[in-house]
Design a protein around this ligand. Sequence first.
Ligand code: GLN
Length: 199
Amino acid sequence: MKIGVLAMQGAYREHLKILKSLGIGAIDVRYEEDIDNIDGLIIPGGESTTMGKLIKTLGLYDKLKSRIDNNMPVWGTCAGMILLAKNIVNEDYSHLSVMNISIIRNAYGRQLGSFETKAPVKGVGEDIDMVFIRAPYIESVGENVEILSTVDGNIVAAQEGNILVTSFHPELTKDLRLHKYFINIVSKSINDINCIVAQ
Ligand code: GLN
């Protein structure tokens, strides 16, 4: 199993380190051809406008979008979630537009919006460590999107098929449960592909 981490900008090193510590073949994704060699992808936190521009300028946009549309598992943390959303309520653009969620960017305010908490995430744990840094949250979800976690009434984690998003940064904590949860999604998707091929 190979999991890529989009390495344009932002907190990608932390994700790579955690994946490696869990024994996963983790590769940094910088070029279009890197996307051919992965079974799943993490899009890290950082600055979504910059990351969104870089995936276009460096020529990764089309292949990323088509692999995600074809069910490659992907997990967006914070800015990564902004890149995956179909609708950004307080902007007039969207990026990869693959997940049926409406999100609010910098939903907690720009400067004072950073905090830590623990909250339940469905299917993952009751006391997941969450670090929010100028985070977005999900205002509403469309059909087939499962809400996995809310904090103070705001949706902070959700899943639509193989697409997972979290407003917060698990890679900046010692809590590895969300990484294990995502690895599980990737391994199920590899099994599904093998079953289709075997039929
Ligand atoms: N505020 C950033 C943005 O809008 C996201 C912050 C983060 O990823 N920690 O892109």
